[in-house]
Structure formats: C-alpha cells, structure tokens
Design a binder for this molecule. Sequence first.
Ligand code: CA
Ligand code: CA
Length: 210
Amino acid sequence: MKNTFTRASILLGCILAALSPAAFGNHRSGDFALPEIIRTGDFNGDGILDLLVNVSGFDHIAMFQGDGQGNFTLKRQFETDTLPKGLVVGDVDNDGDTDFLVTNNNGPARLFLNQVGNRNHWVGLRVVGKSGRDMLGAVVEIVVGENNTLRRRVKSDGSFLSGNDPRVLVGLGGATRVKAVRVRWLGGAVEEWKGVLVDRYTTLKEGTAH
Ligand SMILES: [Ca+2]
Ligand SMILES: [Ca+2]
C-alpha cells in the first residue's frame, strides 16, 4: 500500500525517502537521507504507538500512524521552517492528547498542539519513587482488558538536547476504564493499583499501592 511502511523500512530511512519523496519535500542538501529523529507517541489516542520522523536535511516532521502490527501509514506532514534538531513529545496543555515541540537550527522552536483531545478516554500517570522523583526506566503496564495490556517505559530521553514529558499517557481507544495498572520498578519489585481513573492524571508513588 502506498505510504504504508514497515518498522524496518522506517529504520532504514533511505527506503522511506525513496518511496515517499513528497513526504519530505524541500530537500536542501541533496545528501543521502537517513532518519535523524524518530519519536514515538500515541497521537490519535487509539492505544497504539505512532511515529514522528524527521529525515536528515528535510524541514518536515512526518507523522506515521501505527497499526500495532509493525506497519505505519503516513498521515500528515508538519513544516518546521528550518532544519529540526530536537523533537520532544508530551501533553503540554494537559488535555489528554500528545503534543510535540520542535527545536530548529537558526529558528524559533515550534509547538504543535494536538487537537485530538479527549475523543477517546485516556489514562495519564506520573510514576515517582519514594523520594518523589520521576522513576525513569520503570515499566508501566495498563491492563485494559483480557489480552489487552499496554506497556510503556517511563522516560524523558530520546532527542538532541531536549527532554520529554516524563508522564505516561495512553489512549484507550474504545475502552472506558482500565482494570489495573502495574508498575515494574527498577529494583525489580512490582506494584499494582486498582481503580485508577480515566481522563485525568494520577501520581503513582512507589510503596503506596493498595
Ligand atoms: Ca496511535
Ligand atoms: Ca495535549
């Protein structure tokens, strides 16, 4: 299918650019193109991770929607005026969808606010240790239903001189609640919370599950 690529195609970059030149117009350098920035996030709130990709030398960010099977379809391109260097994701306006911010070479930063909003229900989590610090590297498992557990790593890393929103934000697709939320702490312990509410942010502090 045109403009649909496998995970491997995107990582190879050159295939991506060759198959979809229109997605990466304004190629200024003419150099061999490789993806310089790849960020994950669920930008349409369906519970499946999507991708933002910038190919080196192109002043566009391309958004690819994932299908959960390793395939990604080009959905939209965002012009960035100048060449991007840093790309971070997070819910800047706290409305339950994932926004992103691009820092550019010799140009202002650009903030792209997602307008998906609360079309689907969502769960937002801040995962902190006993001292209150974000537990980067912990793994969160959101049990939505039988055979439907969403796993996310608590992280802020991933792009040049910039840090992501450390909170975990997952869209629930058609689901209206979650059965449980488990946190696998860095030390190996596992805690589980029941009754985590949707459509709001909840702080999960190490040692407080009940
Ligand atoms: Ca998605
Ligand atoms: Ca948002």
